[in-house]
Design a binder for this molecule. Structure first.
Ligand code: DC
Length: 268
């Protein structure tokens, strides 16, 4: 039986607190202005949505490093470059890194805007053709070297929630708070479907469609976690947070709690 989806881009479960109660104005502590929150995890684990809310609550910037890999993949497609040409990909990453700007836009659809050479590419980063080639681009050591250096420089300024696959292990190994966010494959498939549906890229929600998405996510995870350079890996000192069955607000509240707890241990 076919069922019309009512899943939005955000989590399907109703939020515990309606209207964004978790907000910097109601935090019972003052977040240190230069702390870094590293949020890693597999595709469709909810990182960007969670990170945006955590950034809003703490008054930090959201840096989605996946967007940087996507921008290089998009640049390659637009120039007709082969993503298998590692030297060309590295040169492109270098050229883009020096011309790109990450602008905070926590109220916008993605939570940030990415400009390359002054052109806003944010809305094109999730085109299916980009999603298809980006794991291969992200597996190129030269590309990773360039982008990780750029990300580490942003991290040094502090006051960021940075999402990715290697933030807690490689990019900001000394981040004050590290979280590895995951969810069951079924829940991740439902969330990815919700994202696609919200962008008008998916039809009705059927078991077959969900299974196909789950399969694609498994393949993506395998590519990300089996590559030689900076594979998707939980840092030994990262807190594992499984969001299966939790509402968005519950997940956000747990991360805010980690920041609060870390602050308490710092002042001791
Ligand atoms: O999170 P995302 O789906 O937008 O990431 C796009 C791709 O980039 C995905 O294949 C994982 C990869 N990536 C990475 O290797 N390292 C990061 N820090 C961020 C993303």
């Amino acid at each position: 039986m076919q069922r019309k989806s009512c899943i939005s881009g955000e989590y399907a479960r109703p939020a515990l607190h309606i209207g964004g109660v978790i907000d910097s104005k109601v935090l019972d502590f003052e977040p240190p202005p230069h702390w870094r929150v590293a949020l890693d995890g597999p595709a469709a684990g909810g990182k960007t949505t969670v990170a945006r809310r955590v950034a809003q609550a703490l008054g930090y910037a959201l840096i989605d490093t996946g967007a940087m890999y996507r921008a290089v993949a998009l640049g390659a497609l637009e120039r007709g470059l082969s993503t298998g040409d590692r030297a060309a990909m590295e040169r492109l990453a270098e050229a883009e890194a020096s011309r790109s700007e990450f602008l905070p836009d926590l109220e916008g659809s993605q939570g940030f805007r990415l400009l390359v050479g002054g052109v806003d590419v944010t809305g094109r980063l999730h085109e299916p053709r980009v999603s298809q080639v980006v794991p291969a681009v992200a597996a190129i050591p030269g590309v990773r070297r360039v982008l990780a250096a750029q990300q580490a420089a942003i991290g040094r300024r502090g006051g960021v929630v940075m999402t990715g696959r290697d933030i807690g292990t490689v990019v900001i190994p000394d981040a004050e708070v590290k979280v590895f966010l995951t969810a069951s494959p079924e829940e991740r498939a439902r969330r990815r479907y919700g994202d696609m549906h919200a962008r008008g890229e998916a039809g009705d929600e059927t078991p077959e469609v969900l299974q196909q998405i789950e399969q694609t996510l498994r393949e993506r995870d395998l590519q990300d976690s089996s590559r030689d350079d900076s594979p998707l890996l939980q840092a030994p000192d990262a807190v594992l947070l499984d969001s299966t069955g939790l509402s968005l607000d519950e997940v956000v509240a747990r991360i805010i709690d980690l920041v609060r707890t870390r602050m308490r241990t710092e002042v001791r």
